[in-house]
Design a protein around this ligand. Structure first.
Ligand code: EPS
Length: 374
């Protein structure tokens, strides 16, 4: 199951093509739109989200709610294109009106213009923008529906915003409450502090990142492989997570903490009660590059958004003079969006791993093969 995305942030539309979906997967389109709306929500989002009302339009691969086994093509229309067609239209437009030359530290702007031979960083940022993640959320919502038939569920929450951290550990079921809260956090006190911090940062024209925890429940053991480096489940999931804009670190299970502890405090001891079980889950559900049947636990660090309203010191590439980086408009924090995006990319990567092991041209074959596994 492979996803290809296309689209510029202020172009006509974002586009996705998913290949490798089996036939007869029943899709709930409302659910896809629900996740798209969640991606747009959360405290700290900017003015763009008031313009957009992201909805999937399926163009091929589905008939009467059922997948056909053919490539599933879809688009999400950019409503803001109405305001940008004069500067973005492929048919011809005035590109001089919306140039960005005061390149933003931390964004793709400078390296992108040098690599692609551009004089205007807009030709870079339009594609590098995190708006592209709307496609990944829509695809993830489809992948989730495939996994859900197999009893595999994905959830998560925001663990930290900037330096404010929720120290608690939650059950998978408790995570479902997170999305009712303004910052998708579960600890009310931490969230209140985080909201106040974001308000202060906004006043100062600054931005914040955070830590997001994602969990997968119900995946049987043996997905991913120890036989070839490129097929290791942890490598695949970390790669998917790191491909999301602004993600700078990923850990699985106790992650970096494992480096500071003795082996006896790290590895999960095994017992047997009719099934093989582990006393703890510090490995985060993956051993030897394979799922071990425990919940997969993954945390990702998101850096602060690099578009700061107050502007950082930079160079204007048109004049080579010192300048303040372009402000545009910006989110103060997009940790809630990132939480939904990370659930989505994990779903898509996992659906690919599952479908590679099971094969199956239709959902009947897929489910029979999955439930026949030990
Ligand atoms: C985003 C849309 C963008 C930004 C943000 C993500 O909208 P605009 O550029 O029109 O304000 O809000 O993009 C970035 C953080 C970025 O660095 O490009 C979205 O829909 O998620």
């Amino acid at each position: 199951m492979k996803l290809t995305t296309a689209g510029e942030s202020h172009g006509k539309a974002l586009v996705g093509i998913i290949e490798g979906l089996p036939s007869n997967l029943e899709l709930n389109i409302k659910l896809i739109n629900h996740y798209l709306a969640l991606r747009q929500s959360g405290y700290g989002r900017g003015a763009r989200q008031k313009i957009e009302n992201d909805k999937i339009e399926i163009l091929s691969g589905v008939r009467n709610k059922l997948t056909l086994g053919s490539p599933l093509a879809f688009c999400i229309i950019n409503k803001d294109y109405g305001n940008w067609s004069a500067y973005m239209a492929p048919e011809g437009c005035d590109v001089s009106k919306k140039t960005l030359t005061a390149v933003r530290p931390g964004h793709a702007d400078l390296t992108g213009v040098l690599k692609y031979g551009q004089a205007d960083a807009r030709n870079i940022l339009e594609r590098a923008s995190a708006r592209e993640t709307a496609v990944r959320v829509a695809a993830g919502a489809i992948a989730r529906q495939y996994l859900s038939v197999l009893g595999v569920e994905i959830s998560g929450y925001v663990k930290s915003v900037c330096n404010i951290t929720d120290p608690n550990i939650y059950t998978f079921e408790e995570l479902s409450h997170a999305k009712n809260n303004p910052l998708f956090m579960l600890d009310g006190n931490a969230e209140k502090e985080a909201v106040a911090l974001l308000d202060k940062l906004k006043e100062n024209g600054d931005t914040a990142g955070g830590i997001i925890e994602i969990r997968v429940k119900g995946l049987k053991s043996g997905f991913g492989s120890c036989m070839q480096y490129s097929t290791k489940l942890d490598a695949i999931l970390c790669g998917a997570v790191m491909s999301v804009q602004a993600i700078k670190g990923v850990e699985i299970g106790i992650g970096f903490e494992a480096a500071r502890l003795a082996g006896s405090k790290v590895h999960d001891e095994i017992y047997y009660d009719g099934n093989y079980r582990r006393k703890t889950n510090r490995a985060g559900g993956i051993e030897g590059g394979m799922s071990n049947g425990e919940d997969i636990i993954l945390r990702a660090a998101m850096k602060p958004i690099p578009t700061l309203m107050k502007g950082l010191d930079t160079i204007d590439i048109a004049t080579k003079q010192s300048a303040k980086a372009a402000g545009e408009r910006s989110d103060v924090a997009a940790v809630c969006a990132a939480e939904i995006i990370l659930e989505s990319v994990v779903a898509t990567a996992l659906a690919d791993v599952v479908s590679q092991r099971l094969g199956g041209d239709n959902m009947k074959e897929v489910t029979e093969r999955y439930f026949a596994l030990r």
